[in-house]
Write a protein that binds this ligand. Structure first.
Ligand SMILES: [Zn+2]
Length: 113
């Protein structure tokens, strides 16, 4: 299992510029929750997936201070990002790796800014 993650602002693939969505990660509670950057508590399950946790139950989950998320785009790029939640609230996201899915080749990621 995993959780869904929604960075804010949205991130773009450093290799092709695609807007990235569909982020997943296994460093949180892995309850198919939906985490949004800047929100302390997780949101509902994604539509169509299992039953919902009660809000009270859901609110007990927090993210670890550092966690990784990943996604892929329509140009066969696999992207990993490192996220920071120093106070349990997701505050920052930085893409740390881009890989060509077909070849496994890792592309260098330019530092942000
Ligand atoms: Zn791409």
């Amino acid at each position: 299992m995993f959780d869904h993650y929604v960075p804010d602002p949205a991130l773009y693939c450093p290799a092709c510029g695609d807007e990235l969505s569909g982020w997943q990660g296994k460093d949180g509670p892995c309850g198919l929750l939906v985490w949004s950057q800047g929100s302390p508590a997780a949101g509902d399950h994604a539509e169509g997936e299992e039953s919902k946790l009660s809000p009270a139950h859901r609110d007990r989950f927090r993210l670890p201070p550092v966690f990784r998320i990943y996604t892929d785009d329509e140009h066969d790029h696999w992207i990993e990002a490192q996220c920071l939640a120093p106070d349990g609230v997701w505050r920052a996201t930085e893409i740390v790796e881009v890989r060509e899915i077909r070849t496994g080749k890792v592309r260098p990621v330019r530092p942000a800014g």
